[in-house]
Design a protein around this ligand. Structure first.
Ligand code: EPU
Length: 335
């Protein structure tokens, strides 16, 4: 177990914001975590993964937990499927790469998403028509309050768009230690999102490896590499409005992307709404939106968490004023 006091978090948030934690604890096994918790832990706590969905607006006066459980094991297998039990500290894209190399189908559309396996269950990360929750079989946690072990079945996780029970009634109560994914040994591939199928065909055909390459190419073209420019990926969630509201907007803006949902409501594209408000062209000093994807708020250098929040509020106000649509943040604001 590693523990550090007054710990700098710059390397633990992809936004590249300076902030400190009173105590930072990194555990490599469930036993280490349980021992720490049973020895009398108190005060605020926060569990982080790769820090790719966090915005620190101040120092964190409490304990930050980070998993260094990095095992990947096949726990069951039949002729069609494999169950893969993955430590919460495994780098997400390394996991996706491993599954593609092993000819296991399911995670390929989620290539190159920053972060770690544990957060895939909390955030229900999604891209190109697939969400992590579609593949998750169960989630193992240690309960912060009493250091007991819990296992959440897929149903108990209540997965929805960028949502799980760990963002709802279980928020702040668990440390995810393992996530088990149910993966397939053969296709179908999911290629219906946007121009994904065309990209895959350009690469030479519908194979698992080509889907991963195509997704990586699309993401590299549209999204900033956290190593070059600080961001937290999509800063806002795509808003969901009533069919009537979507029709009204569509009458006025026929080019507006709309994605009807099974419940009858319509999901809009936050990136399109933000771009229409002119934010891609607006010059800014420390914070702006990414030139290829307006949904991504970027740190142009030296931004503080409060600068990002002030900028985000301006973006929200502009979209509300022009379209009458409320944007909600996807990032978790801490401090
Ligand atoms: N669009 C614009 N301008 C922009 C951005 C997008 O007009 O600046 C339009 C696009 O042309 C397209 C539509 O909006 O018609 C959708 O764009 P895109 O395919 O890039 O997807 P998104 O809805 O903006 C979501 C996820 C991304 C994920 C992509 C692909 C959310 C909040 N974001 O973005 O996730 O990669 O779909 O599946 O749902 C993330 O969570 O960090 C993330 C990057």
């Amino acid at each position: 177990m590693n523990r550090f006091e007054n710990y700098q978090l710059l390397e633990h948030n992809t936004f590249g914001i300076e902030a400190k934690a009173r105590l930072f604890v990194e555990f490599a096994t469930e036993d280490e975590l349980v021992e720490f918790l049973t020895n009398g832990h108190e005060g605020n706590s926060l569990v982080i993964g790769g820090g790719s969905n966090l915005l620190f607006v101040g120092d964190f006066d409490g304990t930050i937990f980070h998993s260094a459980i990095r095992s990947i094991e096949k726990v069951a297998e039949d002729e069609n499927e494999v169950l893969l039990r993955v430590g919460s500290g495994v780098n997400w894209d390394e996991l996706v790469e491993y599954t593609v190399e092993q000819d296991l189908y399911g995670l390929e559309n989620l290539s190159l998403i920053p972060g770690e396996a544990g957060a895939s269950a909390v955030q229900n990360v999604g891209a190109y028509g697939v969400e992590a929750g579609d593949l998750i079989e169960k989630v193992e946690t240690i309960v912060l309050g009493n250091a007991s072990k819990r296992i959440f079945s897929k149903e108990e996780c209540h997965f929805a768009y960028r949502y799980s029970v760990f963002k709802g009634e279980e928020k702040g109560k668990n440390v995810v230690t393992y996530v088990t994914y149910r993966l397939k040994k053969s296709a179908p591939l999911k290629l219906s999102y946007g121009n994904l199928k065309d990209k895959v065909l350009e690469l030479g055909g519908e194979t698992l490896a080509n889907v991963r390459r195509a997704v990586c190419d699309i993401r590299r073209a549209k999204l900033p590499d956290p190593a070059d420019m600080g961001s937290a990926g999509s800063f806002f969630m795509n808003p969901v409005v009533s069919a009537q509201k979507a029709d009204e907007l569509r009458n006025e803006y026929p080019a507006m992307p709309c994605y009807p949902l099974p419940c009858g409501d319509v999901k809009l594209s936050a990136g399109w709404l933000i771009e229409q408000c002119g934010w891609k062209e607006t010059p800014h000093k420390h914070v702006g939106v990414y030139k290829h994807q307006a949904l991504v708020v970027v740190n142009l250098g030296g931004a503080k968490g409060c600068d990002v929040i002030a900028f985000a509020n301006e973006v929200v106000d502009s979209v509300k004023k022009r379209f009458g649509v409320e944007l909600n943040m996807e990032v978790n604001v801490i401090g």
